[in-house]
Design a protein around this ligand. Sequence first.
Ligand code: AMP
Length: 469
Amino acid sequence: MSFNHLGLDPRLMKAVGAMGYTTPTPIQNQAIPLVLEGRDVVGIAQTGTGKTAAFVLPVMQRIPAKPGGVRALVLTPTRELAVQIEGVARDVAKHTRHRVAVVYGGVGYEPQRQTLTRGVDLLVACPGRLLDLIARGDCDLSSVEVLVLDEADRMLDMGFWPDVRRIIAKLPASRQNLLFSATMSPEVLKIIAATLDDPARVEVTPATTPVEAIAQSVYPVGNKDKAALLLSIVREHGLKKVLVFTRTKHRADRVARVFDRAGIRGAAIHGNRSQAQRQKALESFRAGHVHVLVATDVVSRGIDIDDITHVVNFDLPDVPADYVHRIGRTARAGRSGTAISLLAPEEHGQLRDIEKAIGAILPCEDHPGFTYREERIVPDPERVAVSDARPAREGHAGAAAANLGGSKPKPKRRRSDGRSASGRNGVSGASGANAAPLVADTDVRAASKRTPSDLQPRQRARRRRPPQG
Ligand code: AMP
């Protein structure tokens, strides 16, 4: 299947060729014809599925370039995403005469005002700065023909929805609406009902299905020992492209500093850092100068880097969907990847929610030579996820530890039928020996109806005290 049958203008086709795209992704296949027809569209798709080109290409075709005000408006939650969308839009507009601009906060106001004065066809914007520009009379949205709401679920999470509603109130009532969201929560459904007119729905699972390619495991550890454990793992295995998620900005800074002090270049990106600082950190990480990038969830959607080998949940996320998003930053573009979660005693509730959501029990590992007290290890007797203790020097590996270059004995958890409970990637399956799908959020919701005790025969984990030292 090529782009030829999608009905795109030859100039856009030329741009697609120059961008190196030969085959449309599933979301592009489904969405482009619908957008070209003028339909309102709801796309359930995550970053990484090619969704940006799925809306930018047909939107450019819907709004032939001409002088005047903004004709297509793309609202997106983070600056990183805004910059990425702008980049795709500029590439797409290479042979058309569309003018593309991006506005977001944290950088100078005046250059953005001047750009708008010169005229813009497609404007990519974060809500806060756009409202500023509107309030000061520097941005007129009365000619908008197409509105794109990108990452609608994230905009809700981040509390942007009141701003978005104020912006929508400034748009002509008659317009085409496109909404993209990784999840379809009741809140998102409400937006759709209020904003979109008889939308067509398209839905795709991510290009790389995480569970197929990601070895996932949990390292139980006390909260204050997390940094030391992570440093030890990264150092021992010489990891070079590690993305770490923390719960707070402060913790992100602290983890990055720990690595820096240990001579491993780390950087942090979060909402308190300026746009220039975030871009610099991202570029250094992409180029391999920074080996450990520490981020908060708020900025994570903007991280579009293909060769991240390890994602680390330094803190477990409160929302299981964030777990799926986070670990989806590795194993991109057909590569394999490893996801490690550092589990403090107070995080068992989150772990249980995540396991329910993904329909699998994550195997627990420990790190050779790293000591923690036994009572910290997964205390829930209904959960069978702890391997027997191993002598400190031998290594102790499930699939994730194997990916870390450790020795390869399988986790010793056993099913009641005597077979190993470990799935292909060290993730025990929701039913039988098959790993449960960890894919689209619809699947996650379906899986969430199950409970860990449905997934595993009830067994009491028998553990010996790990050797100290
Ligand atoms: P997105 O989901 O829009 O963030 O896109 C994820 C990545 O896929 C980006 O690096 C795009 O450049 C790339 N991409 C998008 N569409 C295609 C395509 N049809 N063929 C190859 N790569 C693509």
